[in-house]
Design a protein around this ligand. Sequence first.
Ligand code: AP5
Length: 219
Amino acid sequence: MKLVFLGPPGAGKGTQADVLSKKFGILHISTGDILRQAVKDKTPTGLKAQEYMNKGELVPDEIVTKITTERIQKTDAKDNFILDGFPRTIAQADDLGAFLNNNRAKIDLVLYFETSDKVAIQRLTGRRVCKACGAIFHLKNMPPKKQGTCDKCGGVLYQRTDDTEETVKNRLVVYKKQTQSLIDYYKEKGILRTVSGDLDVNELFVVMVDLFKKEGLAV
Ligand code: AP5
């Protein structure tokens, strides 16, 4: 099953992809995570990407498309993957379509997480991430048992540099300008399905699994 998760920052794409990945073994590919790792490793890609990410702007298409298509070519992505945060522009979507077509593959479903700005801002400004294992928490919605410490591995929790209120607001503007048009793009291809990103984590997970079953996708 090959899925794209589309939606504004804070819609819960990463959280749901993580649960699906753990429950059903579907590979979770997050372009944001790959880029953050490159920034941490100070690779040439990371150094270029950092200035865009810090401002909440999109990293140039050619950089993101290259890292994503390279990742999809690995053997563990042959049958199943969730693309979380890619594509984010029409050019990325066109390039992804052409790449998959050349490899006799296709996206089965694009899941659009429809989410209000108010919810997205509350979620992102309260998000905390584990430095060691990447687990996602929220100060109010999904608080760790011990403040500042990851429940899963005991690692230190931190706030992403782009999760300040000012940068979050810019990310939402960027999403509306550059990414929202992908809703119609995939609607026209007949593969877009919409779920409410405002639902709570468990409710949304049940809705998603029901939807996959209705669509005849094996989970
Ligand atoms: P990226 O890391 O992809 O960020 P994003 O798309 O902005 O998405 P987020 O990770 O912020 O939100 P999410 O929907 O995954 O929410 P989450 O599950 O974490 O990208 C970062 C940057 O990298 C971009 O700004 C850009 O610069 C660059 N980039 C990445 N991809 C790119 C591309 N294709 N092209 C160009 N540039 C690219 O949840 C958020 C919080 O809410 C968490 O605290 C969580 O605990 C909580 N939560 C989640 N779900 C629920 C729920 N249902 N109820 C209550 N709380 C919830």
